[in-house]
Structure formats: C-alpha cells, structure tokens
Design a binder for this molecule. Structure first.
Ligand code: CMX
Length: 438
C-alpha cells in the first residue's frame, strides 16, 4: 500500500504516456472547429479573447494600436531633447487609440503624481516578509496590500450600476499605476540596499523618477528605463499576465486583485521570470567556463542545457516565429551606449550560436530570442546587478498594457470568462464515436 504521493505517480506516469500516444494517433480528429491536439496545446492559436491595446504578428512582432516598436520609438512624445519614448504616452495610446501630444503626457504625469502616496500599511506588509523573500512575491503582496484602497470594490459593495463600472476602475487603475514604481523601488532598496530609501523627485517623468528611486541617476539609465517600461508594456491578450488580468477581472475582481494575480503568472520562469533566468544561466556558464566563453563553448553549454532537460532561457515563444523586435530595440540601444560591454557581447554571441542549435532539435517552434534574452545585460551595465529583481521591472511596465485593457473590459461590459473543458475519458469516447460513424 503506497502513500497518496506514490499512488499518484503510479497512475500519472502510464496515463501520461497513454495520452501522448492518443494525441499522436488522434490529434487531427476534429472537435467542432478545433482538434483533439488543440485541447492539449495550451489554447495556442484559438481566437477566444478580445484585446484592443495591441496585436501580435508571428513574424513581425507586436504592434500597439497599430504602431510597431520602431514607430513607437520615433513617434511617442519624449522629454525635451530625449531619445526614448515616455511610457505614460504609450498608456494614453493604448487606452484611447490615439497618439498623444507631449502636453497629454504632462497631464498624465501630473495626474499620477497626485495619486502616488502609498498607504503606510503597504510598506508594513512588505516589511513583515523575510528579507530573502523573492522580489516578485514581495511585489505581489504589496499590490494585494494596496487593494484595501480599491474604489471599485467599495463602489460594488455600495451597489454601483453596472454601466458605471468603468469609473471606479479608472480610479483604481490610475492609483495603481501611480504607486507601482514606489512599491517596486521600496522592495529593491529594502532587499538590496540596507533598507535605505530614496525620496522621489516628483518633477521627473514616471520612468526617470522610478530610476531615481531605485538609485540610478545616470541620464543614460533614465533613457533605458523609458525604453524598458515602454517595450514590456503589452503583448496582446493571450500571454499569461495579460490573460490572467482579464480572466480574474472578468469575475469583477478589482484592478488590484486582477493585477496581483497577473504578477503571480509573470513570476513564472517560462514568462517574465525568464529575464532573471537568462542572467543566472549566463553566470552559471561563466562560472563553469570562464568570464569570456567562446562561441564554441557557448554552443557546448547550450547542448548541455538541453541534454539536462532544461530550457535555454530567453529563447522561444508561443506565438513569435522571428527575432522579437523588443530584443532588437534593446540591441540597438546597446549598440549606441555599450557596444564594448563584455556581458552584452556574450548576449550577442548567444544570439549567433543558439538559433541553429535550437532549430536542430526539430521540436522548438521558434529558435529566436525573445525580449528577456537581452534586458538583463542592459541593466547590469549600469550596475543594477540584483537579477532576482528584474521581473519586478517587467511587472511595472506590464501594468500599463493590462490596466488599459481592463478599462476596456469594464467599458464594454465583457462577460465572465468560462471556456469549456473536457476529460480524457470524454475525448476517448468522442473519438471512438466519430470513428464508428465514419
Ligand atoms: N529551450 C529548450 N526547449 C525549448 C525552448 C527553449 N528555449 N523553447 C521551447 N522548447 C521546447 C518546449 O519546452 C517543448 O518541449 P516538450 O515538447 O518537451 O514539452 C518544445 O520545445 C515545443 O515548444 P514550443 O511549442 O516551441 O514552445 P511553447 O509555446 O510550448 O513555449 C516558451 C514557449 C516561451 C514557454 C518556450 O519557448 C520556453 O520555455 N522558452 C524559454 C523560457 C523563456 O524565455 N520564456 C520567456 C518568453 C517571453 C516572456 O513571456 O517573457
């Protein structure tokens, strides 16, 4: 008589092999518009979500309200004399579908500045956690602690009419966006800088003030942060963090609850956490091989990673089938400001070496780098080397896209999400019935 755990694996292992064989033999059997294979494929390619803020093309990459990343870099408002777009402007574009003027951006900055005071109990909640708590866990808990302030939750309790849902949602969304950089910077300084915090400079833009509160006041770092917070903001609706926001929000959970859930998804290593994993993987490679691995040594290390049943972080994508334009935008930035950086050059060498190896496996659908392959090296160049923190930066940016989308969910009155699920037994019976009929 085994334990529950032993009994589970005794059942799960053979069933997993049986199901693999079943899908191999019957994958193409249609189930309405979809096939048996689709049920096991994580809903890839199934059109079942409405997201207005951005649209992803497998070969071309992301477009925000029709604008590609290079177009955003050219057309979104910048600080006077600046070179990188202001992410507040991207929020305006995603929310309204119109390119903002610089004055529009200044208005958002002023609005968020006035909302930026984080209630003291939020910091106290974070402080209650062990200092070793992963920054993404601290971030999620900080967001949850802010939920006590939700205008939507209060309005719902007070009996708001459903046609007005958008209004308190807007208040929550703006409060959340205004406060996130403060919470994120607090976590960074608490965890890595002896709890010594830096007063904000409210006169700065959203990204530069965030950089300042983190403790990085180089003008180039401000530029990087504006670019970083722009390009990570949105990737249409089906990625885990965007989809989670929509799914949880569809139960009329307020923006804080929805966004905290999204951040728990972003903290997964196949999604946002990949940005820390890329650097961890490179550091482990350097520990094993030496600081400046040759392309041959990098190739060997990639083979070894695959042989050990691990993923090569920063490579592959569920939708993209070419190099991610967000990778290319960061590479362009690096060529301008840090072309000789040793780590950046390792990232570029991996880019040369990895794709043919990954393609050679015959199973990886996209052998090209995604956004996470490059971002860590840029941060490290400026001394931000605590890579466990990197996903928090991604999260601050992702809020712009998913919160703009949540506004539309509320304004359009989109219904609760409830896809149909089936069992393996159901699939087997359905396939057998179809075969008998044929
Ligand atoms: N290294 C090793 N194996 C990989 C791989 C990689 N970079 N990318 C895909 N594969 C494997 C998959 O694990 C899968 O293996 P099994 O059949 O054994 O399960 C197989 O190749 C087929 O996968 P796929 O259809 O090409 O890719 P998926 O849509 O299933 O997964 C993704 C996409 C991103 C999760 C995957 O490419 C991956 O794990 N990449 C590494 C992690 C990463 O960089 N994630 C960040 C993505 C961007 C983001 O969200 O921030």
């Amino acid at each position: 008589m085994g334990t529950l755990k032993e009994k589970f694996i005794e059942k799960a292992l053979p069933l997993s092999a049986e199901i693999r064989q079943f899908v191999k033999e019957n994958g193409q059997v249609p189930l309405g518009e979809f096939t048996v294979e689709d049920v096991y494929a994580g809903q890839k390619g199934i059109i079942g979500l409405l997201t207005e803020t951005s649209l992803l093309d497998a070969n071309e990459g992301i477009r925000f309200r029709g604008y590609s990343i290079p177009e955003l870099r050219a057309k979104l408002p910048k600080v006077p004399g600046g070179t990188e777009p202001l992410p507040e402007g991207l929020f305006y574009l995603m929310l309204l579908g119109e390119m903002p003027t610089y004055d529009d951006v200044l208005e958002i900055q002023e609005n968020w500045r006035n909302r930026s005071e984080v209630p003291a109990h939020v910091y106290a909640s974070i402080d209650a956690l062990p200092i070793t708590t992963h920054p993404m866990t601290q971030f999620s808990i900080g967001i949850m602690a802010m939920q006590t302030d939700s205008k939507f939750a209060k309005a719902y309790r007070d009996g708001i009419n459903k046609k007005d849902y958008w209004d308190p949602t807007y208040e929550d969304v703006c409060n959340l966006l205004a406060r996130l950089p403060y919470v994120a910077a607090y976590i960074y300084r608490r965890t890595y800088k002896d709890n010594v915090h830096i007063a904000p400079k409210p006169e700065l833009d959203w990204a530069a003030n965030f950089a300042h509160m983190l403790g990085y006041d180089q003008v180039e770092f401000y530029k990087l942060m504006r670019l970083y917070l722009t390009i990570h903001a949105d990737h249409e609706g089906g990625n885990v963090s965007a989809h989670t926001t929509h799914l949880v929000g569809s139960a009329l959970s307020d923006p804080y609850l929805s966004f905290a859930a999204a951040m728990n998804g972003l903290a997964g290593p196949l999604h946002g956490l990949a940005n820390q994993e890329v650097i961890r993987w490179i550091f482990e490679m350097r520990n094993e091989i030496g600081n400046a691995p040759s392309k041959e040594q990098i190739a060997d290390y990639i083979h070894q990673t695959l042989k050990n049943g691990k993923v090569v972080p920063g490579y592959g994508h569920a939708v993209l089938r070419k190099t991610d334009p967000r990778f290319l935008a960061q590479q362009e930035f690096a060529k301008t400001y840090m072309a000789d950086d040793e780590l950046v050059n390792i990232v570029w060498n991996i880019y040369e070496v990895a794709p043919p190896i990954l393609e050679g496996t015959g199973k990886i659908k996209n052998p090209w780098p995604n956004v996470d392959a490059h971002s860590g090296a840029l941060l490290l160049h400026y001394g931000l080397n605590e890579y466990d923190f990197f996903t928090v930066l991604f999260g601050v940016s992702r809020a712009l896209g998913v919160m703009a989308s949540l506004m539309w969910d509320r304004a359009l009155g989109l219904p609760i999400e409830r896809p149909k699920s089936v069992t393996y037994e159901w699939l087997k019976n359905t396939v057998e019935a179809k075969k008998a009929k044929a």
